[in-house]
Each structure stands twice: as C-alpha cells, then as structure tokens.
Design a protein around this ligand. Sequence first.
Ligand code: FAD
Length: 461
Amino acid sequence: APTIMWFRDDLRLADNPALSDAAASGPVICLYVHDPALAPGSAARWWLHGALTALEDDLRARGGRLCIMAGPAWQCVLRLARQAGAGAVVWNRRYGGAARQVDARIKLALKDMGVQARSHRGNMLHEPWQVRTRQGAPFRVYTPWWRAVRAMGAPLPPLPVPAALGFAALPPAVEDGLVSLSALGLQPTRPDWAQGLRDTWQPGEQAAHARLATFMATRLPGYARLRDLPARPATSGLSPCLRFGHISPRQIWHAVEAQGDVDADGMCFLSEVGWRDFAHATLFDCPDMATRSLRPEYDRMPWRTDPAGLRAWQQGRTGYPIVDAGMRELWHTGWMHNRVRMIVASFLTKHLLLDWRAGERWFADTLVDADGASNPFNWQWVAGCGLDAAPYFRIFNPVLQGEKFDPEGDYVRRWVPEIAHLAGRAVHTPWKFPHVHRGYPAPVVDLADGRARALAAWKTL
Ligand code: FAD
C-alpha cells in the first residue's frame, strides 16, 4: 500500500524526516492541501505559489508529481487515504493551536480507518517539550533557553534526499479530486502588486541553499557587527525559506559548524535562528499567542482607535523617515529588516498607542516570511506584553534610532525618494528643512506628546 507524504511547512526533499520515512516504506504519494482555514496572508501566498512550483519541478525531475487538493485538510487527507488505499500518512509536525487540532483530528480518524499516521520533527532544532527547565516547565526567558539548547549539543545531522524515492500510480478516482496549482489563485492578478516580490525573491529549495551558501561566504564574516544596519545587506534573508521549510534549521546549524570553530559571528547567527525555535516553543505552550497578550494585564491597555494613523503607518506616510522607509520596503519587497521591524512596531504601539494586534495582522498579510509563531511573538516582545519582552517604558525614538542605525541615511533615501535630496543624516529630520520636502508628510504625532501619552496609558494597567 502506498504511503502519503503530506507536505505542509516543509517544502523540500532534503532533510525531510517525513519524506525519508515515506520513501523507506515503499511507493509514495506526495500531497499538498490548500486549506482556506489555514491559508497564509497575501504576500506569503505569493511565495507559496513559487514554492509549490519549485517542489513540483523537483518531484517531476525524479519521476514523481505533487498532488494538490483544496478544501478542509481533514476531508482531503482522509479522502485521498481511502481512495488510494494508503497504508500510512506521514508528516512533519506543526506547533500552532489550530494546526495541531487539525492534525490530532486526522490522526484519530486515520486510526479508525486502520491507516497509520506517523509524525516527525522536521522544522525545529528540538521539539518544544524537549527543552525544559530543571523543574520540567517551559522556559520564559530566551538566554537560559538558548543555554539549555547549546548544552544539548548539535542537533542530529541532516538527512539526504531519499535515494530510493518511488512513486505510486494513482487510481482514476484520486485524479478527479486533484486541482492544478494555478486553480488555487495564490498569485495576484488585478491589480498585480507582486512585481517587487518577483524582483527580490526566488522561492524553492535550490534557491534557499544558494542563498545560504552566498551568505556564509560573503556576509557571515561581520554578521554580529553589521546585522543591525538596514542600509547594507548583512543578514541572510533566509526567513521566508525557513517559514516554508525550503531549508531546515539543523541544515543551517551544521553548515555553520562545518566551517570549523564557530566564531562570534557564527554563534550570533545561530542564536538568531534559535529565536525562531523559541517563538515556536512559546506558541506551543501558549496557542492563542496571536490574539492574547502573554502578560494578560496588557489586554486592559487603553489602546486608541485611529484609522487615519493606522493607515499612515501602513502606507509609510507617518512623517518619520525610518518608519516610512521600513513600511515601504515591506510593501515593495514583502520583507523588512529586523531592526526596522522593531522601530515600526514600537512606533505603532507606543507613539500611536495602537493595539499590537493591528500591526501583527498587517505584517501577517504583507510579509513573505509571515509566520504564525515569530510574528505575534515579536510583536508582543516589542509591545512589552511578551514573556521576555522589552519593557513597555523603553520607547524607541525613531529619529535617534535612524541616526544610530542608518547614520548616512542611505536606507531612508532608498525608500523615501521625496526626501532623497537631503544629505547625510539630515534625512532623518526633514521637518527642519520645510522649504525642501516635496510632498513628504509632516509628522503624524509629536514624539514627546506620543511618548507621554503612551507612558500615561501604561501607568493605568
Ligand atoms: P537573519 O538575521 O539572517 O536571521 C536568520 C534567521 O533567524 C531568520 O531567517 C529567522 O528565521 C530567524 N530569526 C532572526 N531573528 C528572529 C526573531 N527575532 N524571531 C524569530 N526568528 C528570528 N520573522 C519571521 O520569520 N516571520 C515573521 O513573521 C516575523 N515577524 C516579526 C515581527 C516583528 C515586529 C519583529 C520585530 C520581528 C519579526 N520577525 C519575523 C523576526 C525577524 O525580523 C526576521 O526573522 C528577520 O528580519 C529575517 O531576516 P533574515 O532572514 O535576514 O534574518
């Protein structure tokens, strides 16, 4: 009987434990289910289209194919298992509350049908339940968690692409239930807003490994010193590749270790990759992290309602150049530099005093790397309501942040052409040169007033 390999956030052939399991069990049916209830936001859907195209090509090159179904996941998986006479369904685990419920339901139903269900760790360094305090509780603070992870040693070496990957023939009834990739409507048509994404990214497993190799050769030396400067490409840009599982964190870990002694740059980079695991572990323990503050008192914060302010932030028209540059980079490329993500998130939740969830939702729709764990985790971190968060009263001043992390102003000039003629750091305070800014908005809020208002609101908690 064939084994169904159910691809989800693990769109790769190498170091894919579920796929290796399936391949070792006999003929394989490769499945992807587009479940509208779990579908990602607009920019991530664009990525997903490219990612599935690449996976189809990689499977075809090995004589196989990707079967795509659309509908509620439990319905599709059970129907395929029945129609194909499958002996087992295998997958790599997910950690979000809704996804885990779906998986648990399918596991039970398959058992009732006499079909095995086998799940694997494919997308994390370690399972959330493997990294615990001495008392067996979840860690609430990153540094001791990371220390515990490092004490566990290197994760298991990555698996190769399964050498003997045989594909099962499909009965005609199965064919009738399949849809084409284009029928999923993942790509924007009218208006086609994705040109900037196409110019920036290449989804897929091969492109992810090429990106890692380039990063290791050219950007890893100096990463710790330069990773906070948005004007220069100093980080890996691997976040969407990790989000969709074109590459696994343990492949990255072992690639860094293969270079020899892990120096400060290598350790700093692995620790960033660690944050991703920590965010997923937190989601595992707090499944409603995207909708509820991890520190519950923050759900009594007197957030403002300000549709015009929210729109100005979304459109990159707040009048604060580093904020606007970041929001425009996001809109154009589907990605934003980490330092700038922190600055724009602080500006929204503090100077504008808008609910972090409004920002989280906007990022979920516009980031190609939008992730159900990393996105709410980091929003809560910046907004002060996360477990190991920056304290709320630490309010980033966007002008000082701009002057510190974009000292020449090159990042702002790239994304905010209206003020690109202002030289050097003058670009961070365009209101000081009112006769020269061409159509660039005045600040939406006075920084001192916004700060005082935020602190007053926080004191009511
Ligand atoms: P690198 O510096 O090359 O880091 C390597 C990898 O480590 C990244 O690809 C990412 O997988 C992981 N990583 C790095 N920093 C973090 C972090 N703080 N939290 C979790 N993982 C991290 N990252 C996402 O992948 N998806 C999101 O939806 C997301 N939303 C964010 C929202 C806010 C408000 C903030 C402040 C940060 C968010 N991040 C998110 C984290 C971080 O900004 C991105 O992972 C990083 O900018 C991606 O660029 P890179 O791949 O070049 O990073």
